[in-house]
Design a protein around this ligand. Structure first.
Ligand code: SF4
Ligand code: ZN
Length: 311
């Protein structure tokens, strides 16, 4: 069937002449919904294969907050692996206990796993740490994200362990990753780029993987619109991330004017990693003297936090 004639203002997909839904400026092409979906599947699958993020026999715990990145991640992984008997997906949702915010995202996560027929585990701060994030943060709201980040990390690992997972996949996208590279430079912490995320820790960590690390935020948002499943969810009331917000707006402006900037920033990460390959850049992995979790010092971040919160 030949495509419908384009309406005024519409641009044709470079692959099939249907109306385009996105202009991928970094690649200089226009794609329709069908070809954007095919393109994302192919690029995610290449990232997974090139870094061996998922291998036969894996059970992948997918961190599903219910927000757009993790929703797109679960849909794409499900599309890629649904016909494979040797790879299992389980969604893991952390309920931090943030009133007026988490209820909506948890509901959207539940709808999605039901629709896809994927296994599902939820863990809550209340169950793991005895209180909701709202309660833990009373009087410490300015430190919300650093406290929440440490607790969430632990909660995700507990969820992944309960699922019997061998990998933990998160929805970090190209924008997040490029922002992190730049933030490390701005903070004078370049070595963070080459630190190991646990793959060499004697198998005591469940390795974390980021299949969307080369997909732009804009591509994810458009993909979800094409899928017709993403509602506009509220933003976390504690989200301040002062530096990240500035870096985000600066980088997206530069990316617009100079397409490919984010990808080139990521190249720096690879270059620095290669330059340090084989040198002692992995964090020394020890054992926390209080909880026994793997950590780089004497006391893990979670136990340090427990001390500073007086818990
Ligand atoms: Fe936690 Fe900050 Fe994310 Fe809110 S924005 S869920 S406080 S890390
Ligand atoms: Zn097309």
């Amino acid at each position: 069937m030949s495509p419908e004639p384009l309406r005024t203002g519409e641009t044709a997909c470079d692959r099939c002449r249907e109306p385009a839904v996105i202009h991928q400026r970094h690649a200089g092409r226009y794609l329709c919904g069908t070809h954007l979906t095919a393109d994302l599947e192919q690029r995610v699958s290449e990232t997974i294969a090139s870094q061996q993020q998922v291998v036969p026999g894996d059970c992948v715990a997918v961190a599903l907050s219910g927000g757009k990145d993790s929703t797109a991640l679960l849909i794409l992984l499900h599309r890629l692996f649904k016909s494979r008997d040797d790879i299992r997906l389980v969604a893991v949702t952390v309920d931090e206990g943030i009133s007026g915010y988490r209820e909506a995202t948890v509901r959207s996560a539940e709808d999605l796993v039901r629709r896809l027929g994927v296994g599902y585990i939820t863990v809550s701060f209340e169950e793991l740490f005895g209180d909701s994030l709202d309660t833990i943060l009373k009087g410490r709201e300015t430190q919300a994200c650093s406290i929440c980040g440490i607790l969430r990390k632990k909660a995700l690992v507990v969820g992944a362990e309960r699922a019997g997972a061998t990998k933990l996949a998160t929805g970090h996208n190209l924008d997040d990753e490029a922002q992190s590279v730049l933030m490390n430079v701005l903070r004078g912490d370049l070595m963070r780029l080459v630190r190991n995320s646990g793959a060499d820790s004697g198998g005591r960590f469940i390795p974390r993987v980021k299949p969307l690390m080369y997909i732009q935020e804009k591509e994810i948002a458009t993909f979800l619109m094409v899928q017709g499943i993403w509602e506009d969810l509220p933003e976390c009331p504690y989200a301040t991330h002062a530096l990240r917000r500035e870096v985000r707006s600066m980088l997206s402006g530069i990316e617009y004017r100079h397409p490919g900037t984010m990808l080139r920033l990521m190249e720096n990460k690879k270059t620095v990693r290669t330059a340090f390959l084989g040198k002692t850049v992995a964090e020394p992995v020890g054992t926390c003297r209080e909880c026994g979790d793997p950590c780089s010092g004497d006391l893990c971040q979670l136990c340090q936090l427990r001390h500073s919160l007086g818990r």
